[in-house]
Write a protein that binds this ligand. Sequence first.
Ligand code: SF4
Length: 267
Amino acid sequence: MDQALLKLSPSSAGDFKSCPQLFKYRAIDGLVEPVSPAVARGSLVHAVLEHLFQEQKELRTPERADELLDALWKELREGEGGRPPSMTVEDEQQWLRSSRSLLRNYFKVEDPRVLEVTRLEWWVEYEIADLHLRGIIDRLEERPDGSWILTDYKTGRVPGENREMAAFFGLSFYALVCWRAFGVIPKEIRLVYLSDPSVLTLNPHERKLIAFERQMLALGDAIRRAVDRDDWRPRPSPLCMGCSFQAHCPAWTNTANHPSMGRLPPR
Ligand code: SF4
């Protein structure tokens, strides 16, 4: 691979870490995936929260969130990436109820009427060596003492104790970009879980971010090697069960290993 900048977001970096074959399908081949109900729900809930924070503080209420949900869904459902093709009318009602319930849960962990938000859906980027790190931060709060708080909303399940650090991968990535691009190490990074309402927090510091940066550089090298050798190892895991590419994946082409046989291929 030439020395052109390698573009990485937290999700593409996470793809390569969890399965190089998955990274290839998405980042190299650019294959389009059908929108799943879970992905569509995540996008809608994020959009509602973004709009909610654009309201006057006193209007950031559960009732307003409900109204925004209806209005935004009306707008988004017919667009590209809106209503999942497999969704029936009954499915859609149930799905909307579950989206509403996630938003109700949001109000159990935060009161948006008291939060001072500086940025929403904030595009950030930074180049380091031959890597271009970039992505969108859900929310930035800048406290009166100048400290930064980064928040990411999660509509999936809360990770178990042994997966907590891994769950902070995306926000650590953004903390590094904030530090390198703006000279500010965020004081706190926060994961706001909406399905089982809870908040996980972490305080980044320089030593950790330096180690994370090294990890990103090593990841960049590994991706370039994979490109040069056209060597994309599938890494079967329970994630395969939700992978859009399973039917095409070399790890599953052996019919004896097909998911219908109920077991994963050997690693
Ligand atoms: S099916 Fe599994 S091994 Fe294959 S690309 Fe998807 S995640 Fe990777």
